[in-house]
Design a protein around this ligand. Structure first.
Ligand code: HEC
Ligand code: HEC
Ligand code: HEC
Length: 484
């Protein structure tokens, strides 16, 4: 008997029964899969996780009372360590996925202190929330698939936006801003700052004094020319003996708006910062003893220090005077500032569109506040590997904040540079590789936001950034004469 005959011998009914069973099982799989897939989200609707209650004191604010609960119910699970995990957290795959969301979420953005602690939302946090609303990225899709009541409805979006504008208006609006713009992420600079004029004049003299360097060839102004946007307009700084430094010179204009000083934030403030260049062997290559030895007999300094400081001329008082001078290096009255102060015609339509794009694509999530930056550390290459694309060796200066903290999570993080007067502070980036502003804009969009801008968008944004050139002592920065 061959195989064909054997098969024919089998009873008809038995074959169809087993086929039927198999078919049933095959049919059951999708049904079970659908039920299984529904089980977790449905259980999430029924057994709502208990999330910590918002403090009554914060809810007393009527605007926050509408926005706070949105964050409490739709954001907190991944943006605070303090929330209860769902029952399926004990399942192996779910546990890994949820833990990763929470670890990444909290690292990117921690809501705990602002919602529950004594702290309040910072300008940076508000701008970051605004960015996720514009980008529609939060809560992440995978979470929304499991938590059907977590997607942001139209009212949620509206309540969060109204609250952001309200907090900005109450806490971050510049005194000279037009009421319409009080809730903007960018604010005008003040027209004047209070200062002790004698101290400022002394600091100005010191800032321009070449005797602060070992061979009397280089003043602070040599690398931070007030006629060059407060920089040297070169890729890297050149110190005494023509020594080339490893990093681009940032501007001293508006540097008092930086939350820390230097690209990697290693100086807490301008007073601390002023110690750096004098002692840096490839910058001024000197030390305070040597500097004081050289300038102490200068009659101007003798008189000024004696008058202003009980201690006379010391390392500390020199640094204090330089700091006082730097605090006056603000550049108000740019066309964009005039616009924010209510002069609607101060900028062109193109510049207005450029600003709108700057906000909606998310540049303001890092470049915000009166100086458009300086308030935060951020990774160069947050959403794309800038250093691989650059194609040259990654050097010590490229490590940024990591050099100070030696923490892996700080690698390639830099203090976000301020964008005021960007027209004259070229070339751009810590490595000075972007010659053209349009180039810097395109690269930022790609590596920080994962967005490809159209040519028209880049052009409009460039026009907007050119509207940020302000005035120092009433003179536009493009017209300042070199110091004599
Ligand atoms: C499932 C967890 C999860 C939920 C829920 C969630 N987030 Fe996030 N969030 C993340 C993760 C992960 C990141 C970091 C990765 C990223 O930026 O995509 C992040 C990043 C962020 C950032 C930083 C963005 C940036 O560019 O650095 C903000 C702001 C933010 N979330 C706000 C929110 C808000 C507001 C909500 C509620 C409407 C929310 N998140 C809900 C997981 C979550
Ligand atoms: C040889 C050129 C050079 C000289 C001279 C020099 N600087 Fe700088 N300055 C730089 C460079 C380069 C940086 C950035 C260094 C870094 O971040 O690692 C910098 C950073 C700064 C910053 C921080 C700005 C920011 O955005 O973080 C300030 C403020 C500053 N310098 C002021 C001064 C003062 C004051 C003097 C004189 C005492 C001085 N500089 C002398 C090149 C120079
Ligand atoms: C995630 C934060 C982040 C976002 C978003 C972001 N930037 Fe930046 N921006 C930075 C950091 C950090 C640097 C410094 C990078 C470096 O020097 O390596 C920088 C540098 C710049 C510079 C050069 C400044 C200088 O003096 O060298 C320009 C111009 C700039 N950004 C414009 C933009 C524009 C336009 C957008 C939107 C398309 C944008 N940025 C979005 C963080 C950000």
């Amino acid at each position: 008997m061959d195989a064909q005959d054997k098969r024919q011998d089998r009873p008809e009914s038995k074959i169809s029964k087993s086929q039927l069973r198999r078919r049933r099982i095959i049919l059951l799989i999708p049904v079970l899969a659908v039920l299984g897939a529904l089980f977790m989200p449905v259980s999430n609707l029924i057994f709502k996780p208990t999330r910590p209650a918002l403090p009554a004191a914060k809810l007393a604010d009527v605007v926050f009372a509408k926005a706070g609960p949105v964050m409490q119910h739709k954001c907190l699970d991944c943006h605070s360590d303090h929330t209860e995990k769902p029952w399926y957290f004990s399942l192996p795959v779910a546990k890994t996925m949820i833990s990763k969301d929470v670890t990444d979420g909290v690292a990117a953005f921690d809501l705990t202190d602002a919602l529950f602690g004594p702290g309040d939302f910072s300008q940076v946090q508000l701008a970051q929330i605004e960015y996720t609303l514009n980008a529609g990225t939060m809560p992440p899709f995978r979470y929304a698939a499991m938590h059907w009541d977590s997607t942001l409805g139209r009212d949620d979006d509206k309540n969060l936006r109204s609250w952001i504008i309200d907090v900005r208006t109450k806490r971050f609006a510049a005194p000279n801003v037009a009421p319409d713009f009080a809730g903007e992420p960018v604010q005008p600079l003040p027209l004047t700052v209070e200062a002790d004029e004698r101290k400022v004049a002394l600091g100005d003299r010191l800032f321009h004094d070449k005797r602060l360097s070992s061979d009397d060839t280089l003043a602070c102004a040599g690398c931070h020319g007030l006629d060059k946007g407060g920089t040297d307009q070169a890729q890297f700084a050149t110190g005494v003996d023509e020594q080339l430094g490893p990093i681009n010179s940032p501007t001293v204009y508006n540097s008092s708006y930086n939350h820390v000083q230097f690209w990697d934030g290693r100086a807490a403030d301008l007073f601390e910062q002023a110690d750096g260049p004098v002692n840096n062997p490839i910058e001024m290559a000197s030390n305070w003893e040597q500097v004081i030895g050289k300038i102490k007999d200068d009659p101007y300094y003798q008189e000024a220090f004696a008058e202003l400081y009980e201690d006379g001329m010391t390392e500390k008082t020199i640094r204090d005077a330089i700091e006082a001078f730097e605090e006056t290096l603000i550049t108000p009255n740019s066309p964009f500032d005039k616009y924010l102060m209510g002069e609607k015609e101060a900028i062109t339509d193109e510049q207005r569109r450029g600003y709108a794009t700057f906000v909606t694509v998310g540049c303001t999530s890092c470049h915000m506040g009166p100086a458009l930056g300086g308030l935060d550390y951020q990774k160069m290459g947050k959403r794309g590997d800038y250093f691989v694309a650059r194609g040259t060796d990654v050097l010590e200066a490229d490590q940024g904040r990591f050099n100070v903290t030696e923490k892996e999570e700080d690698r390639h993080f830099f203090k976000v540079p301020i964008l005021r007067n960007i027209e004259v502070t070229y070339p751009y980036f810590h490595d000075g590789t972007a010659q053209e502003l349009s180039d810097a804009i395109e690269q930022m969009a790609i590596y920080q936001l994962n967005v490809r801008l159209s040519e028209a968008q880049v052009a409009e944004m460039e026009q907007f950034l050119l509207a940020l050139t302000g005035e120092y002592k009433g003179v536009p920065l493009t017209e300042i004469e070199p110091a004599g």
